[in-house]
Design a protein around this ligand. Structure first.
Ligand SMILES: *Cc1c(COP(=O)(O)O)cnc(C)c1O
Length: 395
């Protein structure tokens, strides 16, 4: 098996061989066929690339070839966003009367799908504390059809025991899906641990340059055929140029991720030792309550950390205002550092009680980019010094 850096450069070469070194962009909505039989076959080919771009396009197929190889799955497919990947897959895999188990600490869109959308269609849901594998067992019902996990979770960096969840699910004939956005396949391969379908917001690390919204799904052909069919109806198709940009971003994923890991670890260590900080949530810290589990199922811990300031909401907000490199933004996973204060960002979306249940008021989510480690560490320490620093300090 070639290594990941070779995979991201070469795994798509056989998708549609030609002599161009950089892949052509198939900026076309439709394809023509030489005869009726060929056309009829092209129309039903799952994730094909010869019929109509909503059904599949060579630029999609190239991304999918690389993702499947990186995640160690039979096939993969692309969608217009991470949320499109999730919603399409869930609509494909569950029906009215079914029950779905999700996590309490999870991406906001995933929580909303579980709490608001699915119940409207007669699918019941239970959200569990994913740090306790027994909680998944307790949530099982005879109608449970799917378990949705996310590890590390956004924004609390909690870890889910992927092996324990997949074994439980298999024993009860339940499907599992894992959001692998934070870890990337470089740091964690959920399919190797028995998870059925792996999905990503490719908007984040896979693309890595904050210039594309995209999603990917990876798993066995039988399941993804069903997801592809539902995708024809949800219609959340990735534009060919965006697929081309995503592939271009993925070429360097194995070069970027080690730097994100290094920066995440260095920032977590520097801030954990800072007097203004109550706690740093980062699975690479020995003080993370699930550090041991994280080291078992991950080979690196990523670039995202949660920083909880002792002085709460005001300190977190002031910290963001003082950072020189990380800008205030809801995204993550790009080459540039970004940071967000969830309790502040969510004020228009959720009521106070919901915010308090989801995050501590003084939590900042910092996503380390690929800048020089020393520059980022000096910047966050200076910003933390200022917020937790001497009274009257206005530097
Ligand atoms: C951003 C994000 C999503 C949603 O992806 P979009 O591409 O924005 O639709 C899902 N899960 C996680 C963990 C994310 O960070």
């Amino acid at each position: 098996m070639p290594g990941s850096s070779t995979v991201t450069v070469h795994a798509d070469r056989e998708v549609l061989p030609d002599r161009a070194v950089a892949p052509p962009i198939y900026q076309t909505a439709a394809f023509s066929a030489p005869d009726g039989d060929t056309f009829a076959r092209a129309a039903v080919e799952p994730r094909g690339q010869d019929f109509y771009t909503r059904f599949g396009n060579p630029n999609h197929a190239r991304v999918a070839a690389v993702v499947a190889e990186l995640e160690g799955t039979e096939v993969a497919m692309v969608t217009a966003s991470g949320m499109a990947a999730l919603t399409t897959a869930v609509l494909a895999l569950v029906s009215a009367g079914d029950h779905v188990i999700g996590q309490r600490s999870t991406y906001g869109g995933t929580a909303s799908l579980l709490l608001n959308l699915l119940p409207r269609f007669g699918v019941s849901t239970t959200l569990v504390d994913q740090t306790d594998p027994e909680a998944f067992t307790r949530a099982l019902t005879p109608r449970t059809r799917l378990i949705l996990v996310e590890t590390p979770s956004n924004p609390l960096l909690q870890i889910t025991d992927l092996r324990a969840v997949s074994e439980l699910a298999r024993a009860h004939d339940i499907l599992t899906m894992a959001d692998n956005t934070f870890a990337t396949p470089l740091n964690q391969r959920p399919a190797d641990l028995g998870i059925d379908v792996v999905w990503h917001s490719a908007t984040k690390y896979l693309n890595g340059h904050s210039d594309v919204s995209a999603g990917v799904l990876a798993g066995p052909a039988g399941l993804l055929d069903r997801v592809w069919e539902t995708g024809l109806l949800t219609g959340a198709v990735l534009g060919p140029f965006d697929a081309w940009l995503l592939l271009r971003g993925m070429r360097t994923l194995p070069l970027r991720v080690p730097r994100h890991n290094e920066n995440g670890q260095a920032l977590a260590e520097a801030l954990a030792a800072h007097p203004a900080v109550r706690r740093v949530h980062y699975p690479g810290l020995a003080s993370h309550p699930q550090h041991k589990l994280a080291t078992h199922q991950m080979s690196g811990f990523g670039g995202v950390l949660g920083i909880e300031f002792t002085d709460g909401f005001e300190a977190a907000d002031a910290f963001l205002g003082r950072l020189r490199y990380a800008r205030r933004s809801a995204s993550l996973g790009g080459v540039e550092s970004l940071a967000v204060h969830p309790a502040s960002m969510w004020r228009g979306m959720l009521d106070e009680e919901q915010i308090a249940a989801a995050v501590p008021p003084g939590l900042v989510r910092l996503a380390a980019g690929t800048e020089d480690t020393a520059d980022l560490v000096a910047d966050v320490v200076a910003a933390a010094d200022a917020v937790g620093g001497a009274v009257g300090d206005t530097a």
